[in-house]
Design a protein around this ligand. Structure first.
Ligand code: ATP
Ligand code: MG
Length: 505
């Protein structure tokens, strides 16, 4: 929190937006002590409390509180910070008197060197005062803050000291939780396992994030070897695998920002996104962009902020945004149907992408680039954009091998080279579907599947590429000169390969 800087610079109106009121107040208290400022707090239930002397002045009405503040601020010394809890609730029906009062008090605070801090879980101010209040990010607790919470639980449960390694992994697994959530999770772990158990913490964190509904921790054991073809893209990832480690940090290697994978449906984009996390050895967070756009005004911005805070707390991590165009499609018509919300949220997302300092590697996938605003594709947002085309014959053979092995069969029982050639126009997803279809045939006849079953299943399936010829051509055209080929530079441009095979037929 950069509260210190703002207070030192004499900002009279600040706002800390958080659900962690207690932790925020503790931190504000620490800052005030460090800066030698008096701290007072107002709430409708407690009135105005001088926290250093414990003196309480009853005043449930914020207007009365501002009257008291005016008297308090009349003197320059001692310099005072006043915390206003849930003032938002008093401003939901705009009261002209209250707004005027706030403006007056801010002016007095400015000239006499005092400050007001609005504290609450949301802030939605009328235009009259909106630009006078500076919002301060209050991130999720870091490992040292969580460590203190953990110590509290360990002490109150009378548990022995944790082994350093266990402690470290328990703390790493806690990142992304609020202090209250962490406290609950530690307490649960003590009840369940009579100990602080990193595995329980990981499980409960996954549940907590799922309940919040924006990001989800994906447990995936997909490796890069499970992706057929896409050699160029895989190599790119392998080269960066060590970039998030300690050695890279010491060396001064900047952490990669992210990757955009665009391509034809069913070609392995989501699969690669999942494999990225295991290639990098990082936790995988999946973001549902659609959910970021919540119902209430201001909710989408708050949602995005929460997502960013969670990802940054868990960092280093991979943040996977699947089908990103679905979330952002409204932003093209800025100020359009949704009052410009998606365009605004999209703007904050882009600036975060540009400026983020925490090692959060974003992997975004997209099918329909026409839905993406051009700013999105500008250089510098992502380290690289890759285009995934239909696989060629060699890549299809590789995919057959992966699919066969995944379904628990031996690749040596099949002629994968021939199958690769026959599966012209089929995507990886379709090859998988063909295999399953063939498995059904063989199962009915109580035997193992053969090459012939595969060929028969292929004749029954019309590959999507046959139906979306125009769209695929448009996508290839778009990718030319903009995106790197995921397969390898040799294949950029129209599918030379499939034409050659078509010519042979
Ligand atoms: N290159 C590939 N190698 C191995 N398997 C693949 C490949 N491409 C697709 N598959 C298989 O197809 C399934 C679906 O692929 P995936 O979800 O990655 O496609 P996608 O490109 O994300 O498609 P969409 O655009 O429809 O989301 C995978 O789970 C995998 O079984
Ligand atoms: Mg996908």
């Amino acid at each position: 929190m950069n509260l210190i800087t703002y207070l030192q610079a004499g900002y009279p109106g600040l706002a800390v937006i958080t659900t962690e009121e207690a932790r925020a107040e503790t931190e504000i208290g620490t800052v005030c002590t460090a800066l030698n400022r008096q701290l007072h707090a107002w709430s409708s239930t407690e009135g105005l409390v001088d926290l250093s002397e414990g003196r309480i002045t009853q005043c449930a009405d914020p207007l009365d509180a501002f009257q008291l503040l005016e008297e308090l601020f009349a003197k320059r010394e001692p310099q005072t910070v006043v915390l206003l809890r849930d003032l938002q609730l008093h401003m939901d029906q705009t009261d002209p008197m209250l707004i005027r009062r706030i403006k007056d008090i801010l002016r007095i605070a400015k000239t006499s060197g005092h400050a007001l801090i609005l504290l609450g879980c949301r802030l939605n101010l009328p235009a009259e005062i909106d630009h006078e209040i500076t919002r301060i990010e209050f991130g999720l607790p870091d490992a040292s803050a969580l460590s203190a919470v953990m110590d509290g639980i360990i002490a109150s449960a009378g548990l022995p000291e944790l082994e350093p390694a266990v402690r470290e992994s328990a703390l790493a697994n806690s990142l992304g939780l609020t202090t209250t959530e962490a406290e609950n999770v530690y307490a649960l772990s003590v009840v369940e396992a009579k100990a602080i158990d990193p595995a329980i913490i990981a499980r409960e964190k996954a549940n907590a994030l799922k309940r919040n509904g924006l990001v989800e921790i994906v447990q995936s054991n997909t490796r890069l070897e499970d992706v057929g073809g896409l050699e160029n893209l895989k190599q790119w990832l392998v080269r960066r695998a060590g970039a998030f480690g300690q050695a890279a940090k010491v060396y001064g290697l900047p952490a990669p920002k992210g990757l955009l994978i665009v391509g034809i449906p069913g070609t392995g984009k989501s699969l690669t996104a999942k494999a990225t996390a295991s290639a990098f050895g990082l936790p995988l967070l999946r973001l549902d962009m659609g959910r970021v756009f919540g119902g209430i005004v201001g909710q989408s911005e708050a949602n995005l902020r929460a997502v960013i805070q969670t990802a940054e707390a868990i960092a280093p991590c991979v943040l996977w945004i699947d089908e990103i165009e679905k979330g952002f499609s409204g932003s093209k018509s800025s100020g359009g149907s949704d009052g410009g919300t998606s365009s605004r949220v999209f703007g904050s997302f882009l600036s975060w992408m540009q400026e983020k300092e925490k090692p959060v590697f974003v992997v975004a996938t997209a099918n329909d680039v026409s839905q993406l605003p051009p700013e999105f594709l500008r250089k510098g947002r992502f380290d690289e954009m890759f285009f995934v085309d239909l696989p060629d014959a060699a890549e299809r053979s590789q995919i057959w091998e992966i699919v066969i092995a995944r379904h628990g069969r031996l690749t040596t029982d099949f002629d994968t080279t021939a199958l690769g050639k026959s599966a012209e126009q089929f995507t990886g997803a379709e090859i998988d579907a063909v295999f399953v279809d063939a498995l059904y045939d063989a199962f009915l006849e109580n035997r193992e599947p053969t090459d012939l079953d595969m060929v028969n299943a292929m004749t029954r399936m019309v590959p999507l590429a046959n139906l979306m010829d125009g769209q695929i051509a448009a996508l290839r055209n778009w990718a030319k000169g903009r995106a790197r080929s995921a397969a390898g530079e040799k294949r950029t441009g129209p599918a030379r390969n499939s034409r050659r095979i078509a010519g042979m037929n």
